[in-house]
Each structure stands twice: as C-alpha cells, then as structure tokens.
Design a protein around this ligand. Sequence first.
Ligand code: C2E
Ligand code: CA
Ligand code: CA
Length: 683
Amino acid sequence: MNDVLMTFFDLGQYSQAPLPGNYNYWLVALSYLVAFIASFTALKIFERAHRHRSVSQQRTWTLITAIVAGIGVWSMHFIGMIVASFKRVRNQVSSKTNILSGTILGAGIGLMHYLGMEAMQLNAELLYSPYWFATSIVIAVALGILAMSTYSRSNTIRGAKSELRKIQFVTALIIAAAISGMHYVAMLAARFYANETTSSLTTGAQHQHLWLIYAIVIAVALIALISWVSSVIDRRFQHNYQAIRQSDKRIRELAFNDALTGLPNRRSLLDYLSQQQQEIPEDEHLVLFLLDIDKFKVLNNTLGPTLGDLLLQSVTHRLERVNLNVHMVARPSSNEFAVVARVRKSNNPVQAQSHALSMAKTLQQELQAPYSLKDYRHQCSMSLGATVISDLTKSSEDILVQAALALAEAKRNGMGEIRLYHPEMADAIEKRVKLESDLRHAIETRTGLELYVQPQLNENRTVIGAEALIRWHHSERGMVSPAEFIPLAEETGLIIGLGDLINEQACQIIRQWQQLGLNDWVLSINVSAPQFQQLDFVDKLNSLLKHYDVPAGQLKLELTESVLMQNLDEVIHKINELKQLGIQFALDDFGTGYSSLSYLMKLPFDVLKIDVSFVRDMFQSKQKEAIVQTIVQLAHNLGLKVVAEGVETEKHFDYLSSLGCDYFQGYLFSKPVAEPEFRQQNQ
Ligand code: C2E
Ligand code: CA
Ligand code: CA
C-alpha cells in the first residue's frame, strides 16, 4: 500500500529538491477567461438542449456541447460533468441534488486534471504534496456544489430572461473558479524530480510551446463563440416557429369554429353538408334542423350577456348529448343552431317527413327544459325549421336556405313552433319580394296608404280619443293587412319612411281636430322599434308638431316591448325627452311579450294596453281571464291607466268595467275607419 502511495504522493522519498517551476501570470488569467467562456457557453447550450421538446433536437444540441468540450482543452475537464450534473439540477430543486451534482462536478474536474497530468510524458518523476492535493479536491468540490446551488435557482424563475442570464453568468464564473482554482492548487501540489536522463523540462522548452497554448486558447474561444451564436439563432428560430404553430391553429379554429361554443360555424356546416351529400347511404335521407331560441335578445338585455352566453353554451351542451342519430351540431349564425341528422328512406316520402318532425319535437323538448344559469332558472321556447333532402344534387347553400325558410315560417307563426320545409315556402318568399317592392313604391309615391282610426272610450262610453292604424289599398290585392306588411317593413327598413308618413298624417288629423275645437281627443300612434331607435326621432317628431302647430298633449305613442329590448337607458332618456314636450306613452300588447315587471317599473308610461288576444278570448279560458284581472291590478298598483283592446261584446265591457279598467277599444264600439267617418260618428 505504502508502495502505491509513494508512486503518487511526495512523502519525502527523494533526497533532492523538486524542479523549480514558474507561472506566466498572463497565461493564468487567460486560462481563467477561457474556462469562463467555455462554462458560460456550455450553460447556454445546455439550456437550449433543455428547451427543445423533440428528443432529436435535444441530442443535436448535446452533441454540440460535446464538440465544444472535446476541442476545448479546459472544457475537456468539466463539460461532460456539466451536462450530466446539470440535467439533474434543472429537473429537481433540492439541496441534496445540488450537493450530489456539485460533488460529481468537482470530483470530475479533479479526476480529469490528475488523469491528464498522469498522461503527460515527462523526463521527470511527478509526485504530489498530499496536503495541496486534498486542498485542490476540496476547492473543486466546494465550488462545484456552489455552482450547482446557484444554477438550481434558475428552476424557480419563470420567464424572467435577464434573471436567468445573470444566474448563468455567475454559475460560469464559479465553475471557471473551480477549474482554475483546482488546476493551480493541483499544480502547487505537483513536484517534479529530475531523472538521470533529464534535461528538457526547462523554461526554454515551455517558451517553444507557447504558440500551441495560444492556438488552443483561440480555438476554444472561437468554438465557444460560434456555439453561443448558434444557440442564440436557434432560440430565435424556435421562438418564431412556435408563434407561427400557435397562430396558425388559432386562425384555423376561428375560421371553422364559433368562438363562444366551440361548435363548427356556417362554413364548416356547408362543407360538411356537401360531403354528406356524396357519402350518404342509398337508404337514408339527410335532414338539417335549424333552431332558434325565442326572445333570446330579451334575455341578453335583461339578464346581461354573461347569462346569455351561458345559455348558448348550455344549449350546445344539450345538443351534443341529445339521444338522437345526430351527425353534426353547428352554430351557423349568432342566433341559430344547426343539427345534421339522417332518417331512413321509404317508399312513402311522407314517412321520412314525419320521422324528421318527431326528431324535431324531441330536440325541442330537450332544449325547452329549464336551464340553471348560475343562480337563475331560465326556461325558454325554441323555434325549429327543418328540411329533408331527397335530391342529392342540391348544393349545401340551398339546403341551408331551405331550413332557414322553414325556421322563418315557424317564427312568423309565434314562439315554440316547428315547420318542415316545403316548396311553397320558396313561392312565399317570391311573394314577399314583390310585396316589398310594391310597398317601397307606395311609400315613395305616397299612394294607397291611409291612417284609419279606431275610437277609445271611457267607462261612460264617452270617446276620449282614437288609435291610428295604417291601411294599405293595394292596386291588385285590395286591402293588405298591416299585420302582414308592418313586419315586412320592419325587417326591410321601410318602416322608417312609412313611419314618417304615418306621423305626418297623424299630425294632420290632430290639426283638423284642433280646428274643429276637438281639443280633448288624444290620438295614439304605433311606433315600431326601428323607428324609435332613430337618433333624430325626437327632433323629427318635434319639428312635425311645430310645423302643423299641434299640441303635443293630443299625441300618444304606443310602444311594444320590442322597443325596450334595445339600450334601456337610451330608451328611458328618449321617452323622458318626449314626455317633457307633453307627449303621452302607452305600453302596447302587454302580456304577449316578455311582460317584464322591471321594465314597467323603470319606464314612465301613462297607459298599459291589454292585447286583443287576451280580451277577445277572455271567457274561453280561465287562465286568460286571470291574466286580464292581474294586468289591471298590476297597472293600477303602478299608477297606470289601463286600456283594454278587442272589446267585442257587452259581456266583455261589463266584466272589464267591473275590474276597474279605464278605457275600452274594440269592434263593440267601432272597427277602425277612415278619419272623416270617425268624426261623423262621434262629433
Ligand atoms: P295593434 O297595435 O295591437 O292594433 C290593434 C289591432 O287589433 C288592430 O289591428 C285593430 O284593428 C285590431 N282590433 C281592434 N279592436 C279589435 C276587436 O275588437 N277585435 C279584433 N279581432 N281585433 C281588433 P290592425 O289594424 O290589423 O293592426 C295590426 C297591427 O299592425 C297593430 O296591432 C300594430 O301592431 C300594427 N300596426 C297597425 N297600424 C300601424 C301603424 O300605423 N304603425 C305601426 N308601427 N304599426 C301599426
Ligand atoms: Ca297599438
Ligand atoms: Ca295590441
């Protein structure tokens, strides 16, 4: 044992003094710098390798690390250890790991150094002072552990790049200190004893090899620099590449899916329908359902868009889980859902239709069940349109149009209706287009449009005014009902011009009443939502009143709840402005719409109108009778007068009077008539 130790350690076995050795301090500094550059680069490259998700790229960068290590003389001492030990530190943060990795690093540096020294071929005997040998190992291990503990802090920082760079910089400084410190202390430990044949370990020989040292230093620095630059380029490239994978995906998502529900959008639906037309089995028909939540706008306006969104998401959820042979659920537009399904073909085409109808009913039932929206329980009705496709050459756009026509028909018939497409629907559209063009012509030329009036009486049957109702004498069709052309005018925007015309005729009527001394009569005019929304509605009406020199107190505006579904604050502001002029307000069709009490409380109405549909059939249904009674009580509690319209019989009148109803309007007294006729009857 002693023999072995004596071959390594200087235990005083030589009687002569060791050969003297001098340090070139400039080279010492340079060596430290090289160690630092190599360490720092190694850390950077390691970071690069660590960030790559793909194993092959990780390997490439680890290989580059190894090349730097292989060529750099100093790097050779530690780079292998860095990669191995840093991997541990990067993945776990614990002081145990730091000590272990630091020890591996320090011991590795020492091992490499002493092995390298042993590999030197010298014409001298090389022995080590045990004291300096131990010190060199302690320095390497202690600084190794310090380097690892410092580097492990990079695990706890997220995103702060400057912080990471600082940690890498300090770690590299410590590693370089570990290597240099270890090396020079180890050199202190080294004692060279001259052999008999010795002659060449002289300072002169060292000078001859200086060029080699410089060449190595420059090579290491260059390689470190190149590796560093490539790691920076790689990082930029990887960053850009990731940003392009992500945005591409998002664009595709936005292009083909609805952002709120995640459902395929109109474009995806059309693509899917075309594809289905090609792939559908011979014994099946394709069916497209379009669904619409009735009065969705009201929910959105009263409960806020968050609950509105929640409802749309809940509907989506139910549609995706409905127990039917559903092939696709989509959201082709903001207020429509689409469901693609299949039904069996049979010799009798009616059978496929009735199958589709029963599927529609199931869908409707499923979706009309109450929803829990946060703390709010919401029940809504659904309108459905559907089309059964038997013609495989139909384009996907045509299929969607058919279902949309059926849905429009369902909605025209009220809430919660279902309609299947049939070819006559297309004819109806053609008719509507013709009607629209005729109406536009009538408004532009002011021909055939006349305001009729229907008297309103108090409980003593004294006329207190009238409601103005527009009539259209069509040159081919005769009288067209406003119930037909007003919704058309609202949908097409023609209501603006038509409304202006109606308001003007109303002012002319009041002017005549004025001239005849009929100052107590109030004329009520109907104002549609798009009319009331006009920014200059107040100004236009005000100028009309001034132009015809009529008192605003003889004018009343009838608004339906559809007006209130818009920006409520704006509506309240407008109503107040008009009220200041002296104009009165009535809430029309109460009971048919959303009948929101919160609206009623917020809005300064004078009168509440109970719709024809309640009064007319009041005695046929206990429910309707109760509704009428409740509305009268409610209105009175809120300090409003009540007008009952659709009073057709004495029985109606008696019952409504007994409830305390204030005013009455209906066929019992008069149908709407031309104004001169009304005056004749009541003057
Ligand atoms: P509305 O405002 O609810 O008008 C009441 C409707 O009930 C009128 O139908 C009227 O003729 C009818 N009616 C009145 N008394 C009775 C009755 O005892 N029994 C029955 N069965 N019906 C009665 P009309 O004139 O066909 O108007 C229908 C709707 O068209 C109106 O409903 C209103 O919403 C709209 N409209 C009519 N004229 C105008 C107008 O000048 N401007 C606007 N924006 N809409 C109008
Ligand atoms: Ca009305
Ligand atoms: Ca009404």
